[in-house]
Design a protein around this ligand. Structure first.
Ligand SMILES: Nc1ncnc2c1ncn2[C@@H]1O[C@H](COP(=O)(O)OP(=O)(O)OP(=O)(O)O)[C@@H](O)[C@H]1O
Ligand SMILES: Cc1cn([C@H]2C[C@H](O)[C@@H](COP(=O)(O)O)O2)c(=O)[nH]c1=O
Length: 189
């Protein structure tokens, strides 16, 4: 079972992952970018904002993803793996290219491996604005509310297009309510 938690910046992914670690102690927890030793270096490069080219930035994320699939996902095929982000983020954030082209590129990186379960935490523009105001923003968060809401729409479109088993959850619900919905979704499937 390859479960991924998706959502734009500040949607509440890390908060829920910490709770899931207690609920599913035998699962393998991982993340993109940065779930492998090479991935840690690629993450630094991608998020440092050094790349002038958006295409170069996308290839950094794709390199991270290819290594992550090979080293983490395939090596834990018979376990529950729960990942903070996946190719869904890869396709949504690279918004300079169309989704079909990005699906092709991402399937090369993942050797055709798709998540089996996608949980998307969905933010309203108002809540996103509030949550971003509470923290120092990295180079991607500095692109702003409209950019991130557009990315969220691309995430939803991608999940539907790939026809992956999924749940969309209102990220403004109480933390415990979201936790329960996620637990029920994983256990039901
Ligand atoms: N359901 C919730 N209601 C209100 N605030 C929440 C909720 N879930 C998380 N938060 C708060 O929102 C902020 C972002 O949460 P968190 O770090 O879990 O998001 P994230 O999706 O992992 O973010 P990023 O992708 O930027 O790392 C934190 O201040 C957290 O306490
Ligand atoms: C996988 C992936 C991620 N991104 C962006 C999304 C976030 O802004 C950062 C990752 O930060 P987090 O704190 O680990 O959530 O990177 C992207 O642009 N493309 C991708 O493929």
């Amino acid at each position: 079972m390859y479960v991924v938690i998706e959502g734009i910046d500040t949607a509440g992914k890390s908060t829920q992952l910490e709770l899931l670690k207690k609920k599913f102690p035998k699962a393998t927890f991982t993340k993109e970018p940065g779930g492998t030793p090479i991935g840690i270096k690629l993450r630094e490069m991608a998020l440092g904002g050094e790349a002038k080219s958006k295409i170069a930035e996308m290839f950094l994320f794709l390199a991270d993803r290819a290594e992550h699939i090979e080293e983490v996902i395939k090596n834990n095929e018979n376990k529950i793996v729960i990942s903070d982000r996946s190719m869904i983020s890869g396709i949504a954030y690279a918004n300079q290219l169309d989704i079909d082209k990005l699906v092709e590129l991402n399937l090369i990186a993942t050797d055709n491996t798709l998540p089996t379960h996608v949980i998307l935490l969905e933010l309203t523009p108002k809540e996103l604005k509030y949550r971003l105001s509470l923290k120092d923003n990295d180079s991607i968060e500095l692109r702003g509310i409209d950019y991130l809401i557009n990315i969220q729409n691309r995430m939803k479109e991608t999940i539907k297009k790939l026809n992956i088993n999924h749940i969309f959850i209102d990220a403004s619900l109480k933390i415990e309510e979201i936790e329960k919905k996620i637990e029920d979704f994983i256990n039901a499937n």
